[in-house]
Design a protein around this ligand. Structure first.
Ligand SMILES: Cc1cc2nc3c(=O)[nH]c(=O)nc-3n(C[C@H](O)[C@H](O)[C@H](O)COP(=O)(O)OP(=O)(O)OC[C@H]3O[C@@H](n4cnc5c(N)ncnc54)[C@H](O)[C@@H]3O)c2cc1C
Length: 124
């Protein structure tokens, strides 16, 4: 095994693998990932695979949108299915208080923004 590297990533869960993937994509060659067990054998192994599209935090929303696009890109690059099956989901507002609550209002505004960006969102 290499004894030196410019970047050493500890942990081969989804975060470590994503960092390695992106560093390589941006042209960094001298990086290694150390995993004490099997790749993804930590929390990533157990994740249910839910991928949300809306968050009250715009940066998280952007990251979610990027991730969904990235799955398609990885399938194209690798020729392998990543097994991503977008099934949709819904937010249920049961009363006006829920809708007008700061965070949820923000979520609805984000939904409207995402709709403008092309995500299929239906507000009723
Ligand atoms: C039951 C369950 C369901 C979940 N469902 C979802 C979901 O539907 N959607 C969602 O977005 N998130 C979900 N999550 C959360 C998600 O799984 C985690 O946020 C994510 O996997 C964390 O990734 P990670 O790379 O940070 O950590 P991990 O996947 O835990 O990876 C850390 C890795 O580091 C390695 N490691 C640790 N210490 C060392 C060391 N000293 N040297 C070398 N290697 C080391 C471990 O072996 C492990 O492989 C779920 C989590 C659980 C437990």
């Amino acid at each position: 095994m290499e004894k030196n590297a410019k970047v050493v990533i500890i942990g081969g869960g989804v975060v470590g693998c994503s960092i390695l993937y992106h560093l390589s994509k941006f042209g960094l060659k001298d990086c290694i990932l150390l995993e004490r067990n099997e790749l993804t054998s930590g929390s990533s192994w157990h994740a249910a695979g839910n991928v949300h599209v809306i968050s009250s935090d715009p940066n998280i929303s952007r990251m979610m949108a990027y991730t969904i696009g990235l799955y398609k890109e990885i399938e194209k690059e690798s020729g392998h299915s990543v097994g991503f099956k977008p099934s949709g989901g819904f937010y249920l507002a049961s009363n006006d208080v829920w809708i007008l609550n700061g965070n949820q209002k923000d979520v609805i505004e984000k939904a409207i923004q995402r709709k403008k960006l092309g995500t299929k969102i239906y507000l009723a």
